[in-house]
Design a binder for this molecule. Structure first.
Ligand code: HEM
Ligand code: PLO
Length: 492
């Protein structure tokens, strides 16, 4: 037996059979579940070969934190893949772009713009509350005529308008054809970029005419036209003196780089080309819509399954906010059970169960395993959030896990919890998403009780795997709570 001290590679799966099962659409389990199960045979951290690429799968938080935090910079790379190259003009965005000065610069601009227009300021609260108001009137109109409603388009429009406001200083009305087109192309992108996140590790797939790739290219081209239109409009009435939104912030950075256009720093060389600006705003717009909407849909799915949780949130709202005013951000500290529910939704159905793959930029290690430069690392957040050693009954929806013994203080009961990632690649929209989730859910639950229409089955808890894990479509009855019948809702 060899010494146990020398460098050691993680256990490697026999490559071909596994690839077969991943590619097969008949595979009974989505990749995050399969990767969790494979731990039983290969250990918590193992590797596989996909085409010519080494991929390490991490299923435990100790190794996940080593990758994301302790060695965050070493693992900050992103792989180039066929589909993400189509989406992002070969990685000229933040999320799928490789670690570089350009990437860092764009993160900084977005972060700054979100602080000015979002997070710290009162304006984001106003925007979200206006959208919550409009969402609630649609719910109450539908309830008044006794109809059940697929909430998805309404939730998406509310969330889209928030990010639209931050990115483009614009918003959509109900039935706006541009919004309808956006819904279609974005779903097309989620379905294809997503499906391929593992499959497109094989570059040869591109050679075959591939229906998914075709759909993706079509959807991306529609998206690009929309982005280009917003960009042209912004350029036409840009002024150095007013900064209306993220796109203005990006334009300002570009102008200022162009003005001191010395040999070393040109707008192109720091990554402020038109392509880079468009791809960055495309990322934020896309992430801003698809992630928050997905969490809201999961939250509602679980609330329908657990009416007692819904009732407890409503009791908390009744006693802390009352019925004479709407919830505001400053109520967040007084509504721990709602906050715990949001945390539990993010645990049990993580938006991005495999994150986006990371890449080792140098020879390095994870735990005792050596890792060679260029190795891809997939953090299986599903395993972290469903680890039986860390979470009692992980498939049980129980917001109480995130409360202390008195039931009033919020806690994070396990380190095996990273809904937004961590370290240099941590989510850029965490604060924004949390504000939106809190405000939308508190407004809805103050006014309505959600349930399945009589005779309908409870909605499925099984997600559709992709770049985001989406719940299935279903209809909901939103019953106005006593005191929140139509007249009042419109007056407030
Ligand atoms: C990245 C979660 C909302 C923008 C990520 C990652 C996760 C995540 C897990 C990947 C981290 C990694 O690869 O290591 C979430 C969840 C959200 C949410 C759970 C909602 C509840 C948002 C929103 C925005 C956003 C609203 C936009 C404002 C981004 C960006 C990245 C990212 C740009 C890429 C960061 C990078 O690679 O440098 N998010 N996100 N996210 N998120 Fe979010
Ligand atoms: C969603 C569909 C949009 O049309 C394009 C888009 C852009 C950014 C992506 C987002 C999609 C899915 C969720 C992603 C986000 C960047 C960061 C975020 C992957 C594909 C997460 C959760 O990591």
């Amino acid at each position: 037996r060899m010494s146990t001290h020398g460098p050691r590679e993680p256990p490697c799966l026999p490559a071909l059979p596994l690839i077969g099962s991943l590619l097969s659409l008949q595979s009974p389990h989505p990749p995050h579940v399969l990767f969790k199960e494979l731990q039983l045979k290969y250990g918590q951290t193992y590797s596989l070969k996909m085409g010519c690429h080494n991929v390490i799968i991490v299923n435990q938080y100790v190794h996940a934190k080593e990758v994301l935090l302790k060695k965050g910079k070493t693992f900050a790379g992103r792989p180039r893949t066929v589909t993400t190259d189509v989406l992002t003009r070969a990685g000229k965005d933040i999320a799928f772009g490789d670690y570089s000065a350009t990437w860092r610069f764009h993160r900084k601009i977005v972060h700054g713009a979100l602080c000015v227009f979002g997070e710290g300021s009162a304006s984001i609260e106003k925007i979200v509350c206006a959208e919550a108001q409009s969402l609630c009137s649609v719910l109450s109109e539908t309830a008044a005529v006794g109809l059940a409603l697929d909430l998805s388009p309404e939730l998406t429009r509310a969330v889209t308008n928030v990010i639209c406001s931050l990115c483009f200083n614009s918003s959509y009305c109900r039935g706006d054809p541009e919004f309808e087109a956006m819904l279609r192309y974005s779903q097309g992108i989620v379905d294809t970029v997503a499906k391929d996140s593992l499959v497109d590790i094989f570059p040869w797939l591109q050679i075959f005419p591939n229906a998914d790739l075709h759909l993706l290219k079509q959807c991306v081209s529609i998206r690009d036209k929309l982005l280009q239109k917003k960009y042209d409009e912004h350029k036409a009435d840009y002024s150095d003196h007013v900064q209306r939104d993220l796109l203005d912030a990006l334009l300002r950075a570009k102008r200022s780089a162009e003005n001191n256009n010395t040999a070393e720093i040109s707008a192109e060389s720091v990554g402020l080309s038109d392509d880079h600006l468009l791809m960055t705003v495309g990322d934020i717009f896309g992430a801003g819509v698809e992630t928050t909407t997905t969490v809201l849909k999961w939250a509602i799915t679980y609330l329908i399954h657990h009416p007692q949780v819904q009732r407890r949130i409503q009791d908390e709202l009744d006693s802390k906010v009352g019925e004479d005013r709407s919830p505001k951000l400053s109520d967040r500290g007084t509504l721990p059970y709602l906050e715990a529910t949001i945390r539990e939704v993010l645990r049990i159905r993580p938006v991005a169960p495999l994150f986006i793959p990371h890449v080792a930029l140098n020879d390095t290690s994870i735990g005792d395993f050596t890792v060679r430069k260029g190795t891809r690392v997939i953090i299986n957040l599903w395993s972290l959030h469903h680890d039986e050693k860390e979470w009692k009954n992980p498939e049980l929806f129980d917001p109480g896990r995130f409360l202390d013994n008195e039931g009033t203080g919020l806690i994070i009961p396990s380190s095996s919890y990273l809904p937004f990632g961590a370290g240099v690649r941590v989510c850029l929209g965490e604060a924004l998403a949390k504000m939106e989730l809190f405000l939308f859910l508190s407004w809805i639950l103050q006014r309505f009780t959600l349930s399945v229409p009589p005779g309908h089955a409870l909605p499925s808890l099984e997600g559709k795997f992709g770049v985001v894990l989406q719940p299935a479509k279903y209809k909901v009855n939103a019953t106005p709570r006593p005191g929140w019948e139509r007249h009042k809702c419109q007056a407030c």
